[in-house]
Write a protein that binds this ligand. Structure first.
Ligand code: UD1
Ligand code: MG
Length: 451
């Protein structure tokens, strides 16, 4: 069956008290909107429509960065959830299949739950996702008759008996596109909020003899985020769950609660993650790697048997081959470090390729930026870069070559050559005491002049 996602993301999120639209606040380094898009992507949708309003330009950019075919439609006035879905009508003109409505501020929906909704569509015209709420508070209530969902009543419009119901509306629905837009056309706003409620389509569908039912999920999946406190709680829930999954998958986390993961972090089994490691977006760590304490990784790939840190920083484009070693206070950016190469201390390696088993001495810097452009450094296999070498890119060091420590290398070095590029040393015997005698005499003269 063809699926189109409609993701509601127009709301202001007043309680966030933020210039950033609510749906762009991140959990595990990825915006809530992108969490919702990724959950929905599991349904392999033909179209993805994001309904934007507040901060629409920023929402558009985030949505398109995640999925370049995403369509963004504007809801300039937020007149209610039915009105919001209605804005997707033109974008879905000609689409045949099911629409799944998601909320941009509900990041924890699991793909399996969406699949269960789609499965339930085989036997019902309209499927709503509900959950048993520990505290039903102000959620809409699902009014069921056996398996049949008769209507949804919003808290503000509910009577006492309805408020006593604990099965609540998550907001997610699945319905044939043509049927959905037809029902939405019939929704009015004569209710306690004066809004066009999407929830009204259930009673409208039943009145037309269509069938409706509820699929349920765990409350934790439908958690919405409305304030910074809820955002922090959502982050904590995400982290706890992601750490538990890694532990279950055979990854050692020495102090799990101090390891911060991104939504897309991948770590292979038998890897060891020491305390206080932060994973930014786009990190893959293969099996059997070791990430030592206080390291920060983003947009990088660490191969089997590599050892990183303590205190290492891997930035986007860092590609570490098997058994590579990156030690303390080393930063790697957009660089390939081949098998068994070592960059062990206090170095910056950016826009570079370090050959297999090369040894990069302490304090080596690839000087990659001339203030306008970035340039590449290539270090051959087995090369030995002496401590405190400045490699002024673009530059190439041949295989098996060596640079003397303290060198400033501005020209290519051929294979097996030794490059020396530093001022020669001169020793002056006995010169220190003479120098001090001269300085002390000078000071004595000045003191006398000033007294
Ligand atoms: C809605 C449901 C309620 C459900 C609850 C779950 C309705 C009428 N009520 O209530 O039954 O229990 O969610 O959290 O649907 N939005 C727009 N444009 C609008 C209005 C809303 O894009 O005009 C977006 C919001 O940004 C948000 C989502 O839709 O992401 C839900 O809107 P919200 O106002 O939070 O609805 P609730 O009152 O919470
Ligand atoms: Mg809400």
């Amino acid at each position: 069956m063809n699926i189109a996602l409609v993701i509601l993301a127009a709301g202001k999120g007043t309680r966030m008290d933020s210039d950033l639209p609510k749906v762009l606040h991140p959990i595990a380094q990825v915006s809530m909107l992108v969490h919702a898009m990724r959950a929905g992507a599991a349904l392999d949708p033909e179209q993805v429509v994001v309904v934007a309003g507040h901060g629409a330009d920023a929402v558009r950019k985030a949505a398109e960065d995640e999925n370049e075919t995403a369509q963004i439609v504007l809801q300039t006035e937020q007149l209610g959830t039915a009105h919001a879905v209605g804005q997707a009508r033109a974008a879905l003109d000609g689409f045949r299949g099911d629409v799944v409505v998601l909320y941009g501020d509900t990041p924890f929906i699991r793909p399996e739950t969406l699949e269960r909704m789609i499965a339930a569509r085989r036997s019902h015209d309209l499927v709503v996702l509900g959950f048993e709420a520990a505290d039903p508070a102000r959620y809409g209530r699902l009014v069921l008759d056996g398996e049949t969902l008769e209507r949804i009543v919003e808290f503000k419009d509910a009577n006492d008996a309805e408020r006593a119901l604990t099965l609540c509306n998550s907001g997610l629905i699945a319905c044939d596109a043509a049927v959905l837009f037809d029902l939405i056309s019939a929704v009015g706003n004569d209710n306690a909020s004066g809004e066009y409620y999407l929830t009204d389509i259930v009673a409208l569908a039943r009145a037309r003899g269509l069938s409706a039912t509820a699929v349920t999920c765990d409350e934790s999946e439908t958690m919405g985020v409305n304030s910074r406190a809820e955002l922090a709680r959502a982050e904590a829930i995400f982290q706890a769950r992601a750490r538990a999954e890694l532990l279950d998958a055979g990854v050692t986390l020495m102090a799990p609660e101090t390891v911060h993961l991104a939504q897309d972090t991948v770590i292979g089994r038998d890897s060891v993650i020491e305390p206080n490691v932060v994973f930014g977006p786009g990190v893959t760590v293969e099996s059997g790697a070791t990430i030592r304490a206080f390291s920060h990784l983003e947009g990088c790939h660490v191969s089997r048997g590599a050892v990183i840190g303590p205190y290492a920083r891997l930035r986007p484009g860092a590609e570490l081959a098997e058994h590579a070693k990156v030690g303390n206070f080393v930063e790697i950016k957009n660089a390939r470090i081949d098998e068994r190469a070592k960059v062990n201390h206090l170095s910056y390696v950016g826009d570079a390729h370090v050959g297999a088993a090369a040894n990069i001495g302490a304090g080596t810097i690839t000087c990659n930026y001339d203030g306008v452009m970035k340039h590449h450094t290539r270090i051959g296999a087995g090369a030995f870069i002496g401590s405190n070498t400045m490699l002024v890119a673009p530059v190439q060091i041949g295989a098996g070559a060596m640079t003397a420590s303290g060198s400033v290398i501005t020209r290519n070095v051929e294979d097996d050559a030794l490059a020396l590029a530093r001022a020669p040393q001169q020793n002056k015997p006995g010169r220190v005491s003479k120098l001090f005698d001269m300085l002390k005499a000078k000071k004595a003269r000045r003191d006398k002049e000033q007294s």
